[in-house]
Design a protein around this ligand. Structure first.
Ligand SMILES: [Zn+2]
Length: 152
């Protein structure tokens, strides 16, 4: 049996039922939801940039409170950051700059989970980066929270 490409346990932690249901359908289908040939079976957000190594799109399931939430999805199926080649890093940097310019971002957070999802909290085991944009902090704002690992 092939290794599952999604980790529904991590999606359950953040308790987004719709997302869990989508992942369960993907798990039942037995495909990797971020491999390009499968991505648009379930992903309904527009493609913003298409590089040689990365696709940049909006996240279908933005983190709660995010004003904008983008994904950088590796075009080859890789699962760990250490598999990113130097040219692929270069393209990530250049597409990131384009994104910042296009959306005139004054501040954003880039998160890339890597490797074994039991350690990272990732729900899709295909390398992707999140770019999360909130609003400027005020006395009335609350933090945007994201699962980035586990502690005892
Ligand atoms: Zn994949």
């Amino acid at each position: 049996m092939p290794k599952p490409r999604v980790d529904t346990k991590n999606a359950l932690i953040v308790k987004r039922e719709e997302y869990v249901n989508a992942l369960e359908a993907i798990l039942a289908g037995g495909f990797c939801p971020f491999c390009e040939k499968h991505l648009f079976k379930h992903h309904r957000r527009p493609l913003i940039f298409k590089g040689r190594y990365w696709l940049v799109t909006e996240n279908s399931w933005p983190y709660e409170g995010a004003r904008l939430h983008f994904l950088f999805i590796a075009r080859p199926h890789i699962e760990a950051t250490e598999k990113i080649s130097t040219v692929m890093w270069g393209e990530l940097q250049s597409l990131y700059r384009k994104l910042v310019k296009k959306y005139q971002l004054s501040g954003a957070t880039l998160v890339i989970r890597s490797g074994d999802t039991r350690f990272t909290g990732a729900s899709v085991n295909h390398l992707h980066g999140h770019v999360v944009v909130g609003t400027a902090r005020t006395k009335k704002t609350e933090p945007i929270r994201a699962l980035i690992g586990f502690k005892r």
